[in-house]
Ligand binder design. Structure first.
Ligand SMILES: Nc1ncnc2c1ncn2[C@@H]1O[C@H](COP(=O)(O)OP(=O)(O)OP(=O)(O)O)[C@@H](O)[C@H]1O
Ligand SMILES: [Mg+2]
Length: 265
């Protein structure tokens, strides 16, 4: 088995007693997996990602990140491998400026300041936000904060990337750049998102959740082209596929014409 992997076995989790959020969730994620995590609002996507980085530890079952069990004693070890982008940027960013936030993880590893600076500049460049370098976080827009959040994980050169709604609030050009960044990342990534077009562009595998359970785990192309499966689970075909469906409808005007205009042949 490869060095970089995540194993989740039969986990169940509740924030409050009496209300189970995740039930019997199991999957194996390998080094070269790119996984889209999809499902309607409230099905448990963010909760699952949070468990993988140990933000809630009172789960039942087993979670192992690169063979390390996720528990209180191993948190720093687990988190040094995983770059995790929160759904809510305000939960992620806690320093005053973009530079300080992006420098935090490499500094925390004890890297020399010239290496820290190099990594920050690189992360700013990759995300295209050099102009935000010294801007105060609290003065940033939602999209700007999202880009800084993404940069904070790039500077730590993680083995595994977990991103929760990374394209939310991004304009089309920044979203396209995010897709480029994700596709250039060579190891395991898991991306929770309602942006199914982005999932289609970045993830070969998709896990579909409903009501705290995994109900489908398979090839993204198959799952994201299954209109009935998606609609039964509160989702829709990706926009690029809806375009294909619309085109097929437009290709039937003769029939509409015959009935609607009385121009029978
Ligand atoms: N801190 C918390 N305390 C109690 N319940 C919570 C907490 N965080 C989330 N929940 C509940 O857990 C369930 C799953 O939430 P979660 O955020 O994992 O869903 P999600 O699939 O990420 O949804 P979305 O698509 O809206 O981001 C929801 O019913 C939510 O209300
Ligand atoms: Mg969520």
């Amino acid at each position: 088995m490869s060095h970089i992997h995540i194993d989740v076995e039969k986990i169940s989790f509740a924030y409050e007693s009496g209300r189970t959020i995740l039930t019997d969730v199991s999957f194996h994620a390998a080094e070269n997996d790119s996984i889209g995590l999809i499902g309607a609002n409230g099905v448990g996507k963010s909760t699952l990602l949070k468990l993988l980085v140990g933000l809630n530890l009172n789960y039942e079952g087993s979670i192992r990140v690169m063979d390390i069990p996720v528990e209180k004693q191993t948190l720093s070890q687990v988190r040094s491998r995983i770059g995790y982008v929160f759904q809510d940027s305000d939960s992620q960013l806690f320093m005053t400026t973009a530079y300080e936030d992006i420098a935090f993880a490499p500094r925390n590893y004890g890297l020399p300041e010239d290496e820290v600076k190099k990594r920050v500049e690189q992360a700013l460049h990759l995300t295209g936000i050099e102009y935000l370098r010294d801007k105060q976080i609290y003065k940033m827009s939602g999209g700007e904060k999202k880009l800084v959040s993404i940069a904070t994980i790039l500077s730590m050169t993680p083995d595994i990337i977990l991103m929760d709604e990374p394209s939310i609030a991004l304009d089309p050009r920044n979203r396209r750049n995010l897709i480029r960044i994700l596709n250039s990342f060579e190891h395991l990534k898991i991306i929770a998102s309602h942006d199914l077009d982005m999932i289609l562009d970045t993830c070969k595998r998709t896990i579909l959740m409903s009501d705290g359970k995994i109900i489908r785990d398979g090839a993204t192309k198959e799952i994201l082209s299954d209109r009935k499966l998606l609609e039964d689970n509160g989702l829709e075909l990706p926009l690029c596929m809806q375009g294909i469906a619309d085109k097929q409808v437009k290709e039937k005007p003769a029939y509409i014409g015959r009935r609607g205009t009385g121009t029978e042949e």
